[in-house]
Design a protein around this ligand. Sequence first.
Ligand code: 2PG
Ligand code: MG
Length: 431
Amino acid sequence: MSDTAITELKGRRIWDSRGRPTVEVDITLADGSKGRGIAPAGASRGSREALDLRDGGERLAGFGVDKALRAIETEIAPALLGLDATDQAGIDAQMIALDGTPLKARLGGNALVAVSLAVLHAAAASARQPLWQYLAGEAPSVLPMPEIQIFGGGAHAGRRIDIQDLMIMPIGARSVAEALEMTAEIYLSAGRIMASRGLVSGVADEGGYWPSFATNEEALDTLVQAIEGAGYDPATEAAISLDIAASEFGSGGRYRLGLEQRELDSDGLCDLMVEWCSRYPIASIEDPLAEDDRDGLIRFTAAMGDKVQVIGDDYLVTNAAKVEQAAADNAVNAVLLKVNQAGTVSETRAALDAARQHGFGTIVSARSGETEDVTIAHLAVGWNAGQFKVGSFARSERMAKWNELLRIEEALGAKAQFAGTSGVRGLGQGA
Ligand code: 2PG
Ligand code: MG
């Protein structure tokens, strides 16, 4: 048996940032190295992403993970024991074949992703390297540009406003440390504005201020004020990045803006998105139209794709074949990468490779349901993704990831390179 053969694989139930159960997996190798993986969970989910296996029924509102844990114990562990943890692609392929369904519904995307990440960590531990370094190999490690949520909305805030993530991108920063200090100033500035208007009522799922606004545009105006209130220029120092998550309020070419009680068709929403991108200092926009609105996305990207980064999240679900198709269609110019959307590390990496081949921007992203796990900070650096989206600048499941990025920047020392806007379509690359 090789030193890196898997000798133990054990799942357990832990709890995520929404207080819901999730899957954690510990793996031990023959040489004693250990790795741990944890499944995150989305709330605004693409219909073609890997499916979590949940228990259903009344207990824990159906979110239980006993079935997923059973799948790990009775099927995945027996199949993987003895396999070499350094063969990530082989192990992931084995799990995909064992599951046998297109969306990993039988064994559960939550089971597969926790195992896949645990395998990766164990292999890095055996190589005695931090994960980012293990992944980067000889390639230079580049620290990603962060996108940080200031106001949460959509499915993460009781649909109080339609826009899901109102974020900033500190485009004027020269390092992660500086980017996060700018973020802190802007988050504090937003808090002061909300307090002065009597609007502070807590935070949304990812730590952004609860969106107590009368309209989506009031939220955008307030974000600009927060940036300026912190002393930054939105055009050159801290721009806006939005996740519209349009699949959450529209399908079949009909969109309903809830708070404003407006109905729009695909052209109407496309025009509104173009108008916002022209009126506000928006550098990046995600899912501006719904996942079933390919023509709308193509129209929007034709209109704005040379000035603004257009990210496919629900539209691409971290799937290499969908990235290929989107590149052929010119439907978007960047891809959000979420390991649990694909279900395995290898498939996520394949989506990144496809994106890179077509000159797409690449953004490693957290989910709205997270834990203390900081793996994605290592993926963003080790894979040289260029951009990193974690949620807001509050709640420890978010701060753990920002703080890990600072530690990696420090560990790189003089070798640390900050991506800045170089990977952001429309701003740096491909403008
Ligand atoms: C998204 C993510 C993070 P969720 O839509 O990009 O904001 O949300 O994890 O709920 O899909
Ligand atoms: Mg999204």
